[in-house]
Design a protein around this ligand. Structure first.
Ligand code: HEM
Length: 181
């Protein structure tokens, strides 16, 4: 079928989507309860594991987002058939661009915030080298931006998903461009 993203583009879209939903839920729990609150509720081991997974999947989202940008250079987005109006193309394109931008900025700020706060940068069982010297004040500021970035991603996703659902109801072929089967 033509006018679809390639299989790898579609697969990475849905892998990133799954991971980002998990990361946003985790981030919300960290913000609401903090490490202390989560440790009290679930025990230190489980709380530590949640933080480890948040960091690991954050790094994966960063890597997969770069992969998707590279794939998009190799195979540009397919043409719309029937063509979309200028306004819809501009709004959709801007939301996609902002999503790419924030899916890079939010994990990068999280990585630097983690290192600055003196926490380990974990990638599943591995521990990556710290990128900067400890600076708690900088760490706290960057974590505030990391959280704000997460909120912005959630807002962009609300618009993106509402548009996706609208096109799904309209059966105009836009959803097929990105659907897996
Ligand atoms: C965390 C979740 C998600 C993220 C980060 C995300 C991100 C993106 C990005 C960046 C694109 C642009 C692809 C490109 O041209 O390179 C895209 C396309 C698309 N996404 Fe998502 N998406 C997510 C979830 C969803 C969901 C849940 C739906 C369905 C309701 C959806 C429906 C679509 C559709 C239909 C397109 C193709 C739009 C077009 O061809 O113009 N996405 N997504």
């Amino acid at each position: 079928m033509k006018n679809r993203y390639t299989f790898l583009q579609r697969l990475t879209h849905w892998l990133i989507a799954l991971m980002v939903f998990g990361l946003l839920l985790g981030g919300l729990a960290f913000w609401a309860l903090g490490y202390e609150g989560l440790s009290k509720m679930l025990g230190e081991d489980t709380a530590g594991m949640l933080f480890m997974y948040h960091k690991s999947f954050g790094i994966l989202v960063l890597a997969l987002t770069f992969l998707r940008l590279w794939l998009r250079r190799l195979t540009p987005a397919p043409a719309y058939d029937p063509p979309l109006g200028l306004l819809e193309r501009m709004v959709g394109g801007s939301i996609h661009l902002l999503l790419y931008l924030f899916l890079i900025a939010v994990p990068v700020v999280g990585l630097v915030a983690t290192a600055a706060s003196g926490h380990p940068i974990q990638f599943f069982d591995a521990q990556l080298p710290s990128i900067i010297d400890e600076n708690k004040e900088l760490g706290a500021t960057l974590f505030a931006y990391h959280g704000l970035g997460g909120l912005i991603v959630a807002g962009l996703l609300l618009i993106h998903i509402a548009a996706g659902l609208k096109h799904w109801k309209l059966k105009d072929g836009i959803m097929t461009r990105i659907s897996l089967p």
